[in-house]
Design a protein around this ligand. Structure first.
Ligand SMILES: Nc1ncnc2c1ncn2[C@@H]1O[C@H](COP(=O)(O)OP(=O)(O)OP(=O)(O)O)[C@@H](O)[C@H]1O
Ligand SMILES: [Mg+2]
Length: 262
């Protein structure tokens, strides 16, 4: 459940918060000579919905991938629920159980129907019994509006439905945080809405979410905070109305201008 008090704080956006669910301190990531993340510091409150915006190549995906250790940071620290997950002894698998991720590509197993796609990690990773995993899979598929599609195979589902199966698969692991990396970017326009509605429901249910998206309407309506990244740093952040209506940085203004012309 969201902690209403911490969400209602009047501290300036970006200021350190008490007991953040995620604390990122001076995060750096380089690929060879290329510095992709150049000192990201960010506290995320429990129940907060943070939308990350920025031009292509600004490091948004790299940031999310560092958070669940799909990428190895080259510097800095990430503390997740009090545990330093950048420490050498950190258990990457345990971290990923608590941090669900949804990508642009759904990556469902084509030979498994929806319910078995959602069951797989539950039985393999969490060692749930098949019966428990199935019950939870059906619950989660119902939650994303696919209660009537549980025995459909991926190629019998629309892109939007497949993405909702991918979300149900992540939710079945009972994550404490959900990361979304352009979850709707591969979808035909008419299918985007169903996925955004599921994400909106999740947000209203109190899930902590970090969302990379180009859906400005979603950012405006759902985000507690919008972060604008460029060149591997956070250029600006604030409440959505603040960032959209009164962007402080020239780079943010230019980016929003371009996005709105599309
Ligand atoms: N595995 C890799 N090896 C080398 N360079 C990489 C690698 N992954 C990402 N990069 C580089 O890091 C930079 C940031 O990439 P990233 O994917 O994080 O950007 P992004 O903000 O998510 O962009 P987009 O909006 O296009 O998805 C890019 O210049 C990219 O070429
Ligand atoms: Mg990306």
């Amino acid at each position: 459940m969201p902690d209403i008090d911490t969400r209602a704080t009047s501290a300036p956006e970006g200021a350190p918060v008490d007991d953040p669910i995620i604390r990122i301190v001076d995060l750096h990531k380089s690929f060879g000579e290329t510095d992709v993340l150049r000192g990201i510091s960010l506290d995320i409150r429990r129940g907060e919905v943070v939308v990350v915006l920025g031009p292509s190549g600004s490091g948004k995906s790299t940031l999310l991938r560092c958070l669940n250790r799909l990428e190895e940071p080259t510097g800095g620290q990430i503390v997740f629920e009090g545990e330093d997950i950048t420490a050498p002894k950190a258990d990457v698998n345990k971290i990923r159980e608590r941090m669900g991720m949804v990508f642009q590509q759904f990556n469902l197993f084509p030979h498994l129907d929806a319910v078995h796609n959602v069951m797989l990690a539950q039985t393999k990773v969490l060692k749930r019994s098949a019966a428990d995993a199935k019950r939870i899979a059906i619950e989660q598929l119902e939650r994303v509006g696919l209660g009537d599609r549980t025995d459909y195979y991926p190629d019998e589902l629309s892109g939007g439905q497949q993405q909702r199966v991918a979300i149900a698969r992540a939710l079945a692991m009972e994550p404490h945080v959900m990361l979304f990396d352009e979850a709707t970017s591969a979808l035909d326009p008419e299918l985007v809405r169903g996925v955004l509605d599921v994400m909106r429901e999740l947000a209203h249910g109190g899930m902590t979410m970090i969302v990379v998206t180009h859906e400005m309407g979603f950012a405006r309506d759902v985000a507690d905070r919008v972060i604008f990244m460029d060149g591997g740093v956070i250029v600006e952040q604030g409440a959505p109305e603040e960032v959209f209506e009164h962007p402080k940085s020239e780079r943010t203004r230019a980016f929003l201008g371009e996005v709105n012309l599309k």
